[in-house]
Design a protein around this ligand. Structure first.
Ligand SMILES: [Zn+2]
Ligand SMILES: [Zn+2]
Ligand SMILES: [Zn+2]
Ligand SMILES: [Zn+2]
Length: 410
């Protein structure tokens, strides 16, 4: 099967395609929402399992692939990518230093993935969502605790999501689609980035060489230990500096390709039927063993149904659907948020809605070990401002709900 990139040709030239893929909500769907306003605390508003007769909302699945070239991951190609460094959409007005840190250990957050997801408004002609997280499982466990506090004064998180959007006419990119052969050279200068992580703004400078730049004292120390101690005084060019940046602190880099979930339902029914039976048996085994960990029948049922849906395309790392009817696929029944657990947009006060979720398969591609202390989650669900409000900030913080595999509601 031919996978296509979540790429520029689709977004620039095919508005119909965009509408189909991103499922923009229609007015009557919004009316549906208002009718249910009284039941704001009912988690089932997000998780109707019993409404099988309801029309299926098409989901776009994301898969990772090793990039065939490096230019396609540059920011003027508007990539969807996982691992490596972010391709900042607005290359100047990056998130503040405070937003860039894990609120528990104080380490700079690590880039997980970004999804290019433009909408139909002029102000959202380009639109990318960025997910960062602290690689420490201890911090994610703290994060779980904070997540259940409703409307904390200062939310503390180890998982953060940023939304950036630009109109078609903007100061960073041509209003025409970039060439598809990598010859596009008009890349405007961006903010100077940290020489260690290549992710965050490098506002701090090495006091000795006055060349190396860092986002934080921690990354300066890491760079020093890993060789800048020797390289510092012998620097001739900025090129040498960039070569010394430690990619070992980053997750391996992939391009995210996409595919409509319905494509896989077809596959199951004909040629790959025999394969499906094999993987189905395997899933059954793992479901049985994992189901013993769950206390309630609801959790067992929801885990089995999660596994069944995922097994149609077991390599998926992302499920995307921006529609008023879209819902997250929850692995565990009891650890789901209710509507009032999802805070309103910090910028316009509007409702946040489900946009996509990240699956633990990504950790496999990142080579994260399957140890007790290793980073692990069942799903990360991202909610974004329904109106995708404009505001003045380059990057607006959105909201992520993390469900761990062995978690139940407190
Ligand atoms: Zn941390
Ligand atoms: Zn850094
Ligand atoms: Zn130096
Ligand atoms: Zn908003």
């Amino acid at each position: 099967m031919q996978k296509r990139r979540m790429s520029t040709e689709m977004e620039f030239d095919a508005n119909e395609e965009k509408l189909k893929t991103l499922c923009i909500s229609s007015l009557d769907e919004e009316e549906d929402d208002e009718a249910q306003v009284d039941e704001t605390d009912d988690p089932d508003l997000y998780n109707d399992e019993d409404d099988d007769d309801e029309e299926q909302v098409p989901v776009t699945l994301g898969f990772v692939e090793k990039p065939k070239n490096t230019w396609s991951l540059l920011r003027h190609y508007f990539p969807s990518k996982a691992g490596g460094t972010p391709a900042w959409l607005d290359p100047i007005n990056l998130p503040s230093e405070k937003s860039s840190l894990c609120d528990f250990c104080g380490e700079p957050l690590q880039f997980l993935l970004q999804v290019y997801a433009p909408l139909t408004e002029e102000s959202t002609f380009h639109r990318t969502l960025f997910v960062f997280m602290c690689p420490s499982m201890a911090c994610l466990l703290h994060d779980q605790h904070e997540q259940w506090k409703r409307h904390p004064e200062k939310p503390c998180r180890s998982v953060k999501v940023f939304r950036c959007q630009l109109p078609r006419t903007n100061s960073f990119y041509s209003s025409n689609a970039p060439s598809e052969d990598g010859t596009e050279q008009h890349l405007t200068a961006g903010a100077t980035l940290c020489n260690w992580c290549g992710t965050w703004k490098g506002d701090k400078v090495c006091s000795s060489c006055r060349k190396a730049r860092y986002c934080s004292g921690k990354h300066q120390a890491a760079h020093w230990r890993s060789g800048h101690r020797l390289g510092c005084t012998q620097l001739h060019t900025s090129l040498e500096l960039s070569e010394s940046a430690a990619s070992n602190s980053l997750w391996p880099q992939y391009v995210i390709t996409n595919e409509d979930e319905c494509e896989f339902e077809h596959e199951m029914s004909d040629s790959e039927y025999s394969n499906a039976l094999v993987s189905g048996n395997r899933v059954d085994e793992s479901v049985k063993s994992l189901m013993n960990d769950f206390a309630g029948d609801d959790d067992k049922r929801s885990w089995a149904s999660f596994q069944e849906i995922i097994s149609r395309a077991p390599e998926q790392v992302l499920r995307y659907c921006r529609s008023a009817k879209a819902k997250a696929l929850w692995p565990v029944h009891s650890g789901r948020p209710s509507r009032s657990d999802i805070p309103a947009c910090n910028y316009c006060g509007g409702t946040r809605v489900f946009e996509f979720q990240v699956l633990p398969q990504l950790l496999y591609y990142f080579g994260v070990q399957n140890d007790v202390d290793s980073l692990d989650w069942a799903t990360i669900v991202v909610y974004t401002c329904e109106g995708s409000c404009k505001g003045n900030e380059g990057y607006k913080e959105e909201f992520a709900w993390v469900q761990l595999a062995s978690q139940s509601a407190p």
